[in-house]
Structure formats: structure tokens, C-alpha cells
Design a protein around this ligand. Structure first.
Ligand code: C5P
Length: 394
């Protein structure tokens, strides 16, 4: 995202320490961060920490005379692109939901002209408390964006929902918040990663796909406003925030997972590097070393993408082609054979496992080559292109 002016509100929860790392990350990403703290927040972390990390004066007091017109409660949020409150305590969320204006932070929220985002942080019982849930519903209805909370270990020793997201996660979601919502209201189903076909109980046939391109596309679709379901082969990567991930190892498991979901999908993006063949009779026990090497008999896997693309009510289908030679020619033939409105062509030896990728987007108007870019940028370009091809945008 281009550089933004972020007003970061910090309220009095133990997760306030995470706001220090968040400030550092946002500044590192090129944003301008101004910090406002509640009185209780200053009991957990000091304004000096945030002054040093943000490079700006920190505000805590409604009666602060530093802004030229002594109107801190209006000035600070008027010059911001977004007001992000992280952590947001149950008390602050209650105040925001009811329009309270009894300190600088709540008054800034009431007087703001920019979007408001909250990252709640509290004990799981406080999170589930019906009044808190009512406040959250009110805030959502008022158009406030809610990041998290996460489920996990809490400072109080309990485990459950209410933990503030990690600083990297808040920064990632904030990045997405500013993306154009070109897929708003769309349901996207996406496969990613390698497949794994068992030979015996401990060995299998797989490939060097890392899942990075598919996960980047899943995030780009989420950031564009889509509801995303990610069917993932074994990648070892964390499930991206804000989407449902279904794990599937073999081509047949991936096929079944896709077919169970595809009826509800507007768009299907097939990024997974699915094995064309599987072992016909995988051994139920570890194969022992013997005098003669074992022979593997293979049989064909279902082509998930071709199956989905030929459904009577097929979603908008996007395929990938990883070729090692004659890229555009082989890829265009694949696009036509699988009946795809959009196919992303890349060189297998450059793309698989790498952080950057150079692709060409193939549609009925021909190839659209893109420069080599980090995979998250490639993903954004694919999403922008595919949104233009959707039937209602034609
Ligand atoms: O024919 P090829 O395997 O090169 O086609 C690649 C495209 O088809 C990718 O989008 C891949 O995800 C998809 N595919 C599939 N099921 C298979 C093989 C490939 O969905 N069994």
C-alpha cells in the first residue's frame, strides 16, 4: 500500500506491548504513525516508547495544548487516513459502541472523518460476555472494521477467543484494508500447494511447489473483499487470516474437497500443482529393501480444474500452467482444452518454490505479460485482471 497516515490508539490491556512492535512494523513499511493512548494504556507501556518508535509526539490528554488550535480531539483524526485501535479493551469497545466522549481516544473516535478499525484484546469470558457481544454487533453495524481477536493462550492463563492478533497479522490486515474491493460479495474457492500421493505408509510422490503463489492469491482475493476457501496441499505454512482452510493431501482428496465446495463458489482458482498420476496400489506397510527394486504402477488422477470448468453451472475458472518450454504456446493450448476464461502461465523452473514470479495472463484477447515481481504483487495483478473479466464487468 502507498504511504498512509495512521492514527494508532492504544488502550489499557496487557496486549499494549504488541502495539510497540506494530508501530515499528507500520513505520518500517513507510507509513506515518501518530499515537494516542488512554490513561490505562500508559500503565502498561510508556508514551516515550511510542514517541521513539513513531518519531512523533504521543497524545494522552483531551486538554493537550500542543495542536495549534488546542483541538487535539479533532485535529489528530482529521489528518489520519485511518484510526486503528490496537489493543481495544472491552471498556473501550463499550464506549465506542455508545458514543462516549470522556477521554481523548474516545472523543477522537467520535469526531473522526476516517475509517475506524479495532483489534480487540481481552479475556475469553469478557469477549463472550453478552454485553460485549452486543457492543461488537453494534460496532460492526456502524461500519467499524474488526481485526481478530485470535483464539489461544491468554495472559490470565486461560485459553480461548479474545487474544489480540499478532502485530504482523494486524499490519497484514491493515495493508488489505486499503485494497480496492473488486471482489466484494464474491465467494472464491482456491487450491494451493503440492499434492502428495502415497507409495507406502512413509513415502510418497510430491513436487517442489511451496504454496507461496496460491497463498498469496488467497490473501489478494481476501483483500479484494472476497470470502475465500483455501484447499491446501501439504505446505507447512500457517493458514492465512480471515479465510477457511481445508487440508487435502492427494489429488483425490483435493478433488473431493473442491467438489464439496464448488457449488457455493463464484470463482475457482486452481493454483495447486496436482499430480497427474498416483500409485495404483500403495503399500499398507513400509516397503522393505529387497534384492530387486520395487516397480510402481501408476494410474491417472482426476483433473480437478477440467472437471470444474465443464460443470453445467461452472464458476469463473482460473488455471495455472507451469511449463518448462514453449510457454505461451503450450499454455494457450491448455487454456482452450480446459475451457478457461483465464490462465496464468509461468516457467516451472522459475516459479516453483521461488519468492518472485514472472507470469503472462492469457485470456481470449491473447497474452498479457507481466514483469517479474514478488508473488504477492503478482497475485494482486491477477486479481485486478480477473475482476475485469467477470461477466458482470464485461
Ligand atoms: O495440465 P496441467 O496439469 O499442466 O494443468 C495445470 C492446471 O490444472 C493448474 O491450474 C492445476 O491446478 C490444474 N490441475 C488440476 N488437477 C490435476 C492437474 C492439474 O486441477 N489433476
Amino acid at each position: 500500500m502507498t504511504s498512509k497516515k495512521i492514527l494508532l490508539g492504544i488502550t489499557g490491556g496487557v496486549a499494549a506491548y504488541k502495539a510497540a512492535e506494530l508501530t515499528r512494523l507500520l513505520v518500517k513499511a513507510g507509513h506515518s504513525v501518530e499515537v494516542v493512548m488512554t490513561e490505562s494504556a500508559t500503565r502498561f507501556v510508556t508514551p516515550a516508547t511510542f514517541q521513539a518508535l513513531s518519531g512523533h509526539a504521543v497524545y494522552t490528554d483531551l486538554w493537550d495544548e500542543r495542536p495549534s488550535n488546542a483541538m487535539a480531539h479533532i485535529d489528530l483524526s482529521r489528518r489520519a487516513d485511518v484510526f486503528l485501535i490496537a489493543p481495544a479493551t472491552a471498556n473501550t469497545l463499550f464506549k465506542l459502541a455508545h458514543g462516549a466522549c470522556d477521554d481523548l481516544l474516545s472523543t477522537l473516535a467520535a469526531a473522526r472523518a476516517c475509517p475506524l478499525i479495532v483489534a480487540p484484546a481481552m479475556n475469553r469470558q469478557m469477549w463472550d460476555n453478552p454485553p460485549n457481544q452486543r457492543n461488537m454487533a453494534q460496532l460492526r453495524a456502524d461500519g467499524v472494521a474488526v481485526f481478530g481477536p485470535a483464539n489461544g493462550a491468554q495472559a490470565c492463563g486461560e485459553t480461548g477467543e479474545g487474544r489480540m492478533l499478532e502485530p504482523e497479522e494486524v499490519a497484514e490486515l491493515l495493508e488489505g484494508f486499503f485494497c480496492a474491493k473488486v471482489l466484494a460479495g464474491k465467494k472464491v474457492l482456491l487450491t494451493a500447494g503440492p499434492s502428495y500421493e502415497a507409495i507406502d505408509t512413509v513415502r510418497g510422490i510430491t513436487n517442489i511447489s511451496s504454496g507461496k503463489m496460491g497463498y498469496a492469491l488467497a490473501r489478494a482475493c481476501r483483500d479484494a473483499g472476497a470470502e475465500v476457501t483455501l484447499i491446501s496441499g501439504p505446505t507447512g505454512m500457517e493458514a492465512p487470516l480471515g479465510m477457511r482452510r481445508v487440508d487435502a493431501a492427494s489429488a483425490r482428496q483435493m478433488h473431493d474437497a473442491v467438489m464439496a465446495e464448488v457449488g457455493q463458489s463464484d470463482i475457482f482458482i486452481s493454483v495447486a500443482a496436482v499430480a497427474d498420476y498416483r500409485v495404483k496400489n500403495p503399500s499398507a506397510h513400509k516397503i522393505k529393501k529387497g534384492a530387486t527394486p520395487p516397480t510402481l504402477e501408476l494410474e491417472e488422477n482426476p483433473d480437478i480444474l477440467a472437471t470444474v470448468a465443464s460443470l453445467p453451472a461452472a464458476p469463473f475458472c482460473v488455471g495455472f500452467a507451469a511449463e518448462s518450454q514453449n510457454l505461451l504456446e503450450f499454455a494457450e493450448a491448455k487454456r482452450q482444452r480446459k475451457k478457461l476464461p483465464l490462465l496464468v502461465a509461468n516457467l516451472a523452473q522459475q516459479a516453483m518454490g521461488a519468492d518472485d514470479n514472472q507470469v503472462a495472463l492469457l485470456d481470449r484477447n491473447g497474452p498479457h505479460p507481466l514483469p517479474s515481481m514478488p508473488k504477492p504483487d503478482v497475485a494482486k495483478a491477477i486479481v485486478e485482471h480477473l475482476a475485469k473479466l467477470l461477466p458482470q464487468n464485461q
